[in-house]
Design a protein around this ligand. Structure first.
Ligand code: ACO
Length: 336
């Protein structure tokens, strides 16, 4: 992506969602909501939720194992885990995930960019490959937002689900199918309060006072976030297309973070590309944060909606605020 003659190439794709399912009707038995409200406002029908005692790291290990299998390898020089729900606040989740995959000794670290985490992790990992530091990278997005939602908040509980997805990147040539290119990353820290868990970090803990319970949960100003998501994902996809010399009409598939079906429709309208070019699985998994993009890629690849040789732009938006996009010509891979 830096214009070198070495590129990071997508060589494998693996995903995992926990078996536990919570339908809209099940949520409506606990909260003042309905299947009709959730479907019409978000496009979501159900979401997967971890069992007690499970963690983001557990999901990351399973997705990582499957991505390695998909790539036909058992090795990676570096393991990067994008997550905002790490197994513990300290240390990072990635080293333990790497060891559980038999990769003790390799570079391993977390990337925290909330729903943009997977795009940021792809960018960092591609840079390590392009620079010659690594020959292969395992890039995992894993989140379990069910662990940080306020049980009484119908807006966030309707939206988020748990899951993990991973790709293996290998060194290759920029002209190959699967080569990542046209990376664009952005952020706006002046709006960080729109999406946050206020307590549990150094700012709150240094007060020496116990946190208010409400501050220990994830909060989101839904309407403002909606508008920002549409604005920044639209601009970022267009920026990546410009960097690649692609007209937006030439993009075969726009694979975006699955935050809300109405956000995807609004972006399709602004870009001027039909909604059928925006693969979506939000009805089955909800917003799975850093896992969202690989999960929708896997579904579209398995169903044949995504075909080898198609021009694809991946894009994300989330807390930070943060956003980003990257392009590739889709490779011939099977999902595990
Ligand atoms: N069931 C019934 N009513 C609800 C529900 C629900 N599940 N959730 C909210 N409402 C109510 C609200 O209480 C409010 O009622 P009021 O008017 O009486 O106060 C009304 O619906 C409208 O609330 P809004 O928040 O304005 O609803 P909106 O249509 O915006 O939908 C949603 C909320 C789904 C969260 C939407 O704003 C959204 O998708 N925002 C963007 C999310 C996003 O992009 N996230 C990506 C980043 S997230 C990250 O990085 C982790």
């Amino acid at each position: 992506m830096s214009g070198t003659d070495r590129a990071a190439v997508v060589a494998g794709l693996g995903v995992w969602v926990p078996p536990g399912v919570v339908t809209n009707d099940a949520l409506a038995q606990q909260l003042d909501t309905s299947d009709e409200w959730i479907r019409s406002r978000t496009g979501i029908g159900r979401r997967h939720i971890i069992a007690p005692g499970e963690s983001s790291g557990d999901l990351a290990v399973e997705a990582g194992r499957r991505a390695l299998k998909s790539a036909g390898t058992d090795h990676a020089d570096v393991v990067v885990v994008a997550t905002s729900t790490p197994d513990r606040p300290c240390p990072a989740t990635a080293p333990e995930v790497a060891s559980r995959l038999g990769l003790t000794g390799v570079g391993a670290f977390d990337v925290g960019a909330v729903c943009t985490g997977f795009v940021y992790a792809l960018g960092v990992s591609a840079g390590l490959i392009e620079s010659g530091f690594a020959s292969t990278a395992l890039v995992i997005g894993a989140d379990t937002f069910s662990t940080i939602l306020n049980p009484s908040d119908r807006a966030t509980r309707a939206v988020f689900g748990d899951g993990a997805g991973a790709v293996v990147l290998r060194g290759g040539a920029p002209s190959e199918h699967g080569a990542l290119k046209g990376l664009h990353l952005g952020s706006d820290g002046t709006r960080s309060r729109l999406i946050e868990v206020a307590a549990g970090g150094s700012r709150q803990r240094s007060t020496g006072l116990p946190p208010d319970e409400a501050d220990t949960y994830f909060t989101m100003e839904g309407r403002a976030v909606f508008a920002e998501a549409v604005r920044h994902m639209t601009a970022s996809v267009q920026e990546t297309a410009d960097r690649l010399g692609w007209a937006t009409a030439d993009i075969d598939k726009v694979v975006l973070h699955q935050a809300n079906a109405r956000i995807l429709a609004a972006i399709a309208e602004r870009i001027g590309v039909g909604s059928e070019r925006f693969p979506s699985n939000i009805d089955r998994v909800g917003n799975t944060v850093a896992a969202s993009i690989p999960l929708v890629l896997a579904d579209a690849n398995s169903s044949g909606e995504l075909q080898a040789g198609q021009k694809v732009v991946l894009g994300g938006f989330g807390g930070g605020l943060s956003w980003g996009s990257v392009g590739l010509v889709w490779p011939d891979i099977s999902t595990c």
